[in-house]
Design a protein around this ligand. Structure first.
Ligand code: PHE
Length: 449
């Protein structure tokens, strides 16, 4: 079986697939509205600091575990130290829950490809909120998105993901640059640009740091074993240190470009930046209306967002499916269908929570109550993924042992950042993530009064 696992066909192909997993709705949809809600430049600044400290460190850690153990997320941890597979198992649960609501948003994106041609009318906010609150249509799109994801995963991803990512990622990048250019040259864009890049330090609160931390994990696909799995298909000559720089750098670049595509337009059209998940869906159609060939640009843009979402959803589903195959000895086909049905059902709840079920709230340990959609998002981004990252760091620092990890990394890289990485993975990451997790739960407030 080991011989059949396969490897990436080229380094570029691996990088594009990893970037394909990382770059998704997190960058294009979530990042701009989180920045909008959490003080613009202040959020961006905190985000970048956390990417440098945590993103690089954990990306390298996960790829190293995967390449060393040569197995799926659960199997890799278990293979290195018997009994620690639960760390990977934890990631499987996170991936399962994320895809349930991720797919709902993937469906919204598909709807907006269609709406690019049919038009959304003058009341763009109303169009969006009516659509996501309606009981049937978004669920049909959610079903189609899940089905497409399943279709690709059933066929295996080796030829598919890598090949698609190699075309889609550069195309996405080019189109994004075009849209950024249009957005920043709109009348009144300057205010938005200023809001996005000028950090107002008084706005950096613990809430901003928590939001940025959750976003680092979510956007880089960290804390749930995807980079363990992808790393397991790498050969020993691969320069993991360099990859752990390149992937977060490209991911952050796309997130920042998305901010420049959306926030200046928000201000130019006098929308509010803190309007949450609707940001991309409400403002971009307004921007496209002002452009020559706007219908075409709009369709193309949402098509590319759709592909970015799909290349991420495949990586999410793959982690779950691989778990079913390895741990329960299911066939790939059965595992895919089984998990797709479950995720589809949970996603129905997430979608309905935008409308018919908006009154159904889940009380949570932070003292708030959330609808199903927000609950899944909060639970995974702010709790499960950071917890997964924390356990992964402790695993390397104190269970597997840093020297073993360093030996693995040095097989293919000069590892100039060795000393820095050791300090980061052993101490900085665990302490930082632990403190932030404590305050996320509200426990810190209770402890220090
Ligand atoms: N990183 C993806 C994005 O930014 C989402 C994702 C999260 C994918 C976790 C895999 C794992 O959209």
């Amino acid at each position: 079986m080991e011989e059949n696992r396969g490897t990436w066909s080229s380094r570029f192909g691996f990088l594009m697939a990893a970037v394909g997993s990382a770059v998704g709705l997190g960058n294009l949809w979530k990042f701009p509205y989180l920045a909008g809600e959490n003080g613009g430049g202040a959020f961006v600044l905190v985000y970048i600091v956390l990417v440098v400290l945590l993103g690089f460190t954990l990306m390298l850690a996960e790829m190293t575990i995967g390449r060393n153990a040569n197995s799926d997320a659960y199997g890799s941890y278990n293979k290195i130290r018997k009994g620690f597979g639960f760390i990977g198992g934890f990631g499987v649960l996170a991936g399962f829950l994320i895809l349930s609501y991720y797919s709902v948003v993937g469906g919204w994106v598909m709807k907006y490809i269609v709406a690019s041609f049919t038009g959304v009318g003058a009341d763009k906010a109303g169009y969006f909120s009516n659509f996501i609150a309606s009981p049937v249509e978004p669920i049909i799109y959610h079903l189609i998105f899940m089905a497409l994801t399943a279709l690709i995963v059933i066929r295996g991803i080796s030829g598919g993901i890598e090949k698609a990512s190699k075309i889609m990622m550069p195309a996405l990048f080019i189109l994004l640059v075009v849209i950024v250019f249009r957005s920043v040259t709109l009348d009144g864009a300057m205010e938005g640009i200023r809001y996005f890049i000028q950090p107002d330090f008084s706005k950096i609160t613990i809430k901003v740091v928590i939001a940025a931390l959750g976003q680092v994990f979510f956007s880089l696909s960290l804390g749930m074993g995807i980079m363990v799995t992808y790393g397991s298909y790498l050969n020993k000559e691969e320069d993991l240190e360099k990859d752990a720089f390149i992937i977060p750098a490209l991911d952050s670049l796309v997130a920042i470009l998305a901010g420049f595509a959306i926030l200046p337009a928000v201000f130019a059209f006098s929308f509010q930046p803190g309007q949450g998940p609707g940001l991309m869906f409400i403002t971009l159609p307004a921007v496209f209306e002002e452009m020559p060939l706007g219908v075409l640009f709009s369709a193309l843009f949402f098509l590319l967002v759709f592909f970015a979402a799909l290349s991420s959803s495949i990586s999410l589903m793959e982690v779950t499916v691989a778990f079913g195959i390895d741990q329960f000895k299911w066939s790939r086909k059965f595992a895919t269908i089984f998990f797709t049905v479950l995720m589809f059902i949970i996603g129905i709840g997430a979608s309905l929570s935008m409308g018919a079920w908006s009154g159904f709230l889940i009380p949570w340990i932070d003292g708030n109550s959330y609808g199903i959609f927000d609950f899944l998002d909060v639970l995974t981004s702010y709790y499960l993924l950071p917890l997964g990252g924390l356990m992964g760091a402790i695993f390397i620092g104190f269970i597997w042992g840093v020297p073993n990890a360093v030996k693995e990394i040095k097989l293919g890289s000069a590892f100039k950042t060795e000393k820095l990485w050791i300090v980061l993975i052993k101490f900085v990451v665990p302490v930082l993530v632990f403190i932030i997790l404590l305050s996320t739960t509200g426990l810190l407030d209770r402890l220090i009064g």
